[in-house]
Write a protein that binds this ligand. Structure first.
Ligand code: SAM
Length: 278
């Protein structure tokens, strides 16, 4: 292969390689190694600890699916919390919903937001919206302190390593439940069904013990391991499969549609087996 390539080691036996045009920025933040690179196929790409977080070319699959599924499930979401998500992509999607009065971003690493503002304007462009509040705090602590506050909570975290480990725990989900309003709901990115089946099963079981409605849905994310990604949803009242679409807002999107929302909950047999396994 000619030119300079970046390879993310996605599993011990699998790497995803992208051809680089140049490195735009590289630093060690107090929390992680951060780089923004220009790639030939996906445009600009954010890397944290050499793991692909988002790219300008494929970010819409993930950001639309993690945001619009919960926001359209809630009939009138006014307050939303994003934990992680310092690139701003989830916030950009949240503020498309006219009912949103306040969107709070709780990101542990201020350098992620600063670099997203500088190098990824297509993704971070919603962060200056008047309804958005940005707090540089640990999301685990934040939800511990909140009660009856949010209609929707979205966890857009890094993988379950380092500061994100606690975002995948049952204790955190119980605190999320308390931080939600009586009819609130929550979604988290929960990794690859191909490579993280045990984690997904454990999370779904934790959520089923805490929330009356616990569901898994899937979406394609080309740059994530395996290309198929999972999202776990816990809801106090509203079922994502019973949305009143006549009342849902008209959104300008590139991947998400009401039909894709419904279809994302249709689990292939190999994923259902992961959930059913004892
Ligand atoms: N979409 C990406 C993915 O699925 O791999 C995640 C992107 S977003 C940049 C992830 C963010 O979570 C990072 O900026 C990281 O600093 C933040 N993060 C990790 N642990 C956190 C915590 N405990 N509280 C708040 N933010 C956290």
């Amino acid at each position: 292969m000619q030119g300079i390539w970046f390879s993310e080691l996605q599993t011990p036996g699998l790497a995803l390689s992208v051809k680089l045009k140049k490195t735009l920025h590289h630093e060690k933040t107090p929390y992680q190694d951060l780089a923004v690179v220009e790639t030939e196929s996906y445009g600009r790409m954010l890397l944290l600890d050499n793991i692909i977080q988002t790219t300008v070319g494929d970010e819409f699959f993930y950001h639309e699916m993690i945001a619009h599924v919960p926001l359209n499930t809630h009939p009138n979401p006014r307050t939303a919390l994003v934990i992680g998500g310092g690139d701003g992509g989830v916030i950009r999607e949240i503020i498309k919903h006219p009912s949103i009065e306040k969107a709070t971003l709780v990101e542990i690493d201020a350098r992620v937001v600063a670099n997203a503002r500088e190098y990824l304007p297509e993704i971070s462009c919603g962060l200056d919206d008047a309804r958005v509040e940005i707090r540089f705090e640990d999301g685990i602590e934040h939800v511990r302190q909140m009660e009856n506050t949010y209609d929707v909570i979205i966890v857009d975290s890094t993988d379950p390593i380092g500061p994100a480990v606690g975002l995948f725990s049952a204790e955190f989900y119980r605190n999320v439940y308390r931080a939600l309003k009586p009819d609130g709901l929550f979604v988290a990115q929960t990794e690859s069904p191909l490579f993280n089946g045990r984690l997904i099963r454990r999370i779904q079981r934790d959520l089923a013990e805490i929330f009356p409605i616990a569901r898994l849905y899937l979406a394609t994310v080309p740059t994530y391991p395996g290309g198929l990604w999972s999202f776990s949803l816990g809801s106090k009242e509203y079922d994502p499969l019973e949305v009143d679409w006549k009342k849902a807002p008209q959104l300008v999107t590139r991947f998400y549609t009401p039909a894709i929302h419904q279809g994302a909950f249709a689990l292939p047999p190999f994923v259902q087996e992961i959930l059913d396994k004892r």
